[in-house]
Write a protein that binds this ligand. Sequence first.
Ligand code: SAM
Length: 213
Amino acid sequence: MTEQSHDLFTGKGAGKMDAIAKGPFASIYPVIARQILDACGVAEGRCIDIGCGPGHLAMALCAASDLTIDALDSSIDMLSIAEQNIREAGFTDRVRTVCGDVHDLPYGDDSVDLIVSRGSLFFWDDRERAFREFYRVLRPGGRTFVGGGFGTAALKAEIAEKMREIEPEWEAKAAGRLARKNTDAVRRDLERAGIPVCEILQDEAGFWIVMRK
Ligand code: SAM
């Protein structure tokens, strides 16, 4: 994580992310969970949600599947909020928190069925290295659904409306992250990482990297 993003995800930053996830963003997680299951066809086995933040995508995916999910993040503050959310939602039997860094995943080769991640890759120091890590830990037949997005164009527009009051510069920041220039850079990093089978799903609501091993 960069120095600047570190402040966003620790202390009060972690609490703010949880409030946004429970407020304006709340409806996107079940929609994205459904999109993951439809695109990847992996509904059981071991899943990691990388950069899980307060854990809302991991919980939505747990509710919609039989997956056992590691909610992984490098921020202890995010993980303690995630832990509380997971406990309150009653998902502790299939979702657990893991402290880790995307650049050096604490998993063996060929050990994970599904890797998901939303809104985290914009903050990684070395995406190429992270993509190599994904390919290493995925089992043959495994998939990724990694990127950034808001479910549908309508949900994204609703969020932009609500976020205008909370964080006036949010819409411009989100547009920058999802811009063509950024997805082109992601494509280049995937090529450099030498990922053999991979597509990028892109629409008005975001983009997702689907690797197949
Ligand atoms: N995925 C969550 C969501 O959609 O609600 C949270 C997204 S938040 C914008 C980005 C998260 O990525 C933060 O929780 C941050 O701590 C985490 N993160 C950033 N760099 C990371 C890294 N190198 N390894 C693991 N997690 C990281």
